[in-house]
Design a protein around this ligand. Structure first.
Ligand SMILES: [Zn+2]
Length: 264
């Protein structure tokens, strides 16, 4: 395993380029983009920033850097299959075809399994990058085929806030819709940045509990991941809080997303 911030250099400083990388930390997307440039760079010190590949990549028009997934949307099995078909077409210009899958944490297990096949059997020039908030959101079988590049985390070991602990606690026990509504209403005054931090912290607390929790927890964590993706759009916190309410309502409550009898 490649560790910490030296990870990027050691991952790239070798002649062997890993075919699957997980990027974590706040700068995970930037790291993934930079690493993609390094894979394709033909300069002396990749990514040199001046060779034709780097320049195209910096302009966002390199045909061999392919972004998969839309923030706020679940990555579907069909998209993975389309990526698989595309991966067997040789690179257009570079030595690699780099797929940056920015919403990998939203994949359900069948999507992750389809991806696993691609990692196992895909062509050697294909590389798959997964910038994820937390590597544990990916299945262990998938993680085991990836090398890790850990980005920066400000403030070192983050101590979860009271609210993140409260939300995590709520989601790991039976709760009713009114309790959830009260919590979601309290989020309406928050900025999107605060909501993002809260969701990240809550997921960090919940993921280690997956092993011992019932099956419902996985879908709740999945929902939190989707909501977190939505925070990157310029939509109001009130809308995000409302969506969160709908997405997390217990299945048996009879009040699901889109129904009229909606609280909050
Ligand atoms: Zn270059």
């Amino acid at each position: 395993m490649v560790q910490s911030k030296e990870g990027r250099e050691s991952a790239l400083g070798r002649t062997r380029y890993p075919s699957a990388l997980i990027f974590t930390g706040e700068n995970r997307r930037e790291l993934a983009e930079e690493t993609a440039r390094a894979y394709l760079c033909t300069g002396e010190t990749p990514p040199c920033g001046v060779c034709p590949h780097c320049r195209k990549a910096l302009e966002g028009i390199h045909p061999d850097i392919i972004h998969v997934g839309v923030p706020g949307e679940t990555l579907k099995v069909d998209q993975i299959r389309a990526m698989r078909t595309d991966a067997y077409i040789r690179p257009n210009e570079g030595a690699f075809k780099v797929y940056i899958i920015s919403t990998a944490e939203t994949m359900n297990p069948s999507g992750q399994n389809a991806l696993l096949k691609l990692l196992e059997e895909g062509p050697s020039y294909a590389a798959f990058f997964f910038p994820v908030p937390n590597s544990e959101l990916l299945l262990p079988t998938l993680r085991s085929r990836c090398e890790m590049v850990r980005g920066t985390v400000t403030g070192g070991e983050a101590i979860p806030t009271e609210e993140a602990r409260a939300l995590a606690e709520l989601l790991t026990r039976p709760f009713d819709d009114l309790e959830l509504a009260a919590f979601c209403v309290s989020l309406e005054k928050k900025s999107r940045e605060e909501l993002t931090a809260l969701l990240d912290e809550t997921v960090e607390i919940l993921v280690p509990r997956l092993a011992t929790a019932d099956g419902g927890l996985f879908s709740k964590i999945e929902a939190l991941g989707r909501i977190r993706g939505a925070c990157e759009y310029t939509i109001g916190s009130g809308h995000i809080a409302g969506w969160m309410m709908a997405a997390l309502l217990p299945a048996g409550s009879g009040k699901r997303s889109g129904e009229r009898n909606y609280v909050g």
